[in-house]
Design a protein around this ligand. Sequence first.
Ligand code: HEM
Length: 246
Amino acid sequence: MNRIYVWDRFVRIFHWSLLAAFILCYITEGEYQVHFYSGYLITALILSRAIWGLVGTKYARFSDFVYAPRLALAYLQNLFHSDESEKKLSKRLRQSKHYLGHNPAGGLMVIALMISILLTCVSGMAVYGSQGYGPFADAFETPARTSTSMDKNKAFLKTDKKDELDIKDEMEELHMEKETVESNKNKESKESKEREEFLEEIHEFFVNLTLLLVFVHIFGVALSSFKQNENLVQSMITGYKNNTKE
Ligand code: HEM
């Protein structure tokens, strides 16, 4: 049979590395370090795939597989009830029915997956940031950091003011200072806890959305393979597809 090279090495390595990193990240939710680094790996993979989508080989480019949602819908209608809806297909879809790269629905799914995965990673980094780790750590003021200002105050009172205040005043001031800092710390710690929980909820939302998209993606691949009578998983391993009409 006439075979054509569709998925270049970059796309294939990207896909299977993404799958491995995704599984690793998912099953290591409680393992701080592994979850953290596999999340970074996923982010790097998605960003490099986005660049490859602009400068890569023919079928890897966004321009090859990003269609209007209307066409994706028409493609799906055609997939589910071929004969009747065939007549209703737009001229453009009929002309471009031979998809060697992603079909219009598959292309839409790729974009949705990439965006959802990226938002999952960014929200995950924000959760870590709220705990004082990772690239977003500086964007959040954590109670741990506030307490250093109390230490500075203490040091100041102990040294520079020593000559001006007697020991009693110094003790009183220190006590008041401590109480204010403690109450601020409690308030901040409550606020940061709430913020952390909110970010965790956002992260969880995107994890679930990504999981849903992955299941639809796998179902779509299985359905297309069946309809096209071609093993698409094998194509993602070898890079070759049948050069025939869908
Ligand atoms: C057992 C699980 C999986 C199988 C069998 C599978 C299979 C495939 C196949 C066959 C394609 C090419 C579709 C086509 O010919 O148009 C593809 C593309 C893709 N898959 Fe999967 N997939 C799996 C899991 C995943 C997971 C977990 C993710 C994301 C977390 C994912 C993300 C993608 C992306 C982004 C593409 C587009 C590839 C590109 O253009 O670079 N896949 N997948």
